[in-house]
Design a protein around this ligand. Structure first.
Ligand SMILES: [Zn+2]
Length: 407
């Protein structure tokens, strides 16, 4: 079946389950590339279709509807989770993942379906406007070529006790990171958080706790979301990541956060497997979605029993080669000491050597992606580009031929 037919059939069923609108910004290919405004009328007929194709991937619409929500078997797991020692739990999870088998799509650790689509659309568009090259608004501010975002979820007191040590290490390589906290799972040392904030680190909400309840049912969501939001706002947290990345896109879109990081580009190993196929931000209702694009430490160390560097190094290079967003998810609980911390340092060293990379906090990327979406590119008669709109002083027009993603 042609992709467009698959999308159409799926859209009809999606309409019944309140699929998230892209809301605050645009996910179509013209807006992704930010091409010259006077090309828009010539490309108009392809723009609506490109949004449908992109969101088919971005909102995981290629999955059956029941696979776009937390699996029901998780309820039984959460009833007994706290009775199982952590070491045994990792072993059981590892065995369960192996038995489950992997889907063919999205491919792991690299999936090119959406990047291929962006490139093909661009090539066809150049032909439509009789051009071999053209300007676009660069994906990142100041003409930088890729983006690096470091994030952590702090799963328990052990992780919290290791935060400063990890933060010291990141500072040594001139990085700052974002830490997501489950707001009612254990006692949070807010004085420590304040100290790290003063050093330029950022904090987000990792739900209330890892009990699988937030997105389990409409009544759970209605009861818990207001508590979560109030707690998060009282602590000045504007970002969200769902505990265990158990998620429902249409409900995340209803949360009053600035951005979300609950989706991956490709992660077949989470309790709710899937992936957006995107190594760039996108819009999810009124939120900016920042998918994590590097495999989780927990997956590599505990489930696959692999050395993280073996997977992290080529994945980071691949995203950098596309000019995309390298967004890590590393837990201080698992990677905050010993050999695993050394592996994390190896990653930081590699990332610090990427030239022309924007080292940004999630809130900065969210703000940039919203502003870039509002900008307008015009090219005057002698071919000089100019960019208008909020934040345009940091935007740089780049030739498509200089973008690896376009070639
Ligand atoms: Zn977590």
């Amino acid at each position: 079946m042609a992709l467009s037919a698959v999308i159409e059939a799926d859209r009809v069923s999606s309409a019944l389950c309140d699929q998230p609108p892209s809301g605050a910004g645009h996910n179509d290919a013209f807006s992704f590339w930010k091409l010259p405004h006077d090309w828009k009328s010539a490309l108009e007929s392809t723009i609506a279709e490109s949004k449908a194709v992109a969101e088919y991937y971005l909102f995981e619409e290629y999955l059956a509807r029941e696979d776009r929500r937390p699996p029901s078997r998780m309820q039984a797991y959460y009833r007994i989770k706290n009775l199982i020692p952590a070491v045994l739990r990792h072993r059981l999870n590892s065995a369960a993942v192996r038995m489950r088998g992997r889907r063919d799509f999205p491919h792991w650790p690299f999936e090119t379906a959406l990047t291929d689509y962006w490139r093909d659309w661009m090539q066809l568009s150049l032909r439509s406007v009789n051009a071999t090259d053209g300007w676009h608004i660069g994906f990142w501010p100041d003409g930088l070529k890729c983006c690096i975002v470091l994030t952590h979820d702090v799963e328990g007191p052990l992780g919290m006790s290791r935060m400063e040590r990890m933060a010291d290490l990141e500072e040594r390589y001139n990085f700052r990171s974002a830490w997501n906290l489950p707001l009612s799972q254990y006692e949070i040392d807010w004085k420590l958080i304040d100290r790290l904030r003063l050093r330029g680190f950022e904090f987000g909400a990792h739900g209330l706790c890892h009990d699988g309840r937030l997105f389990r049912s409409e009544s759970d969501f209605s009861a818990l979301a207001p508590i979560l939001q109030e707690l998060a706002h009282s602590h000045g947290l504007s970002g969200f990541r769902a505990p265990s990345t158990l998620r429902r896109a249409e409900w995340i879109g209803k949360l009053s956060f600035d951005f979300d990081c609950s989706f991956s580009d490709s992660d077949p190993y989470e309790p709710q497997p899937g992936g957006t196929c995107s190594v760039f931000p996108f819009f999810l209702a009124n939120l900016v979605e920042l998918p994590y694009t590097m495999p989780q430490d927990h997956t590599l160390i505990h489930l696959l029993r692999r050395s993280p560097t073996q997977i992290w190094a080529p994945k980071a290079r691949w995203i950098e080669s596309l000019g995309g967003m390298i967004l890590t998810l590393v837990h201080p609980d698992y990677c905050g000491s010993g050999r695993n911390l050394k592996e994390y340092e190896t990653l930081l060293k590699q990332l610090s050597e990427f030239e022309s990379a924007w080292r940004a906090l999630p809130s900065e990327v969210s703000s940039w992606w919203r502003r870039r979406d509002q900008m307008k590119l015009t090219v005057d008669g002698d071919g000089t580009p100019s960019i208008e709109g909020p934040g345009s002083e940091r935007a740089v027009a780049r030739m498509l031929s200089s973008e690896p993603l376009a070639r």
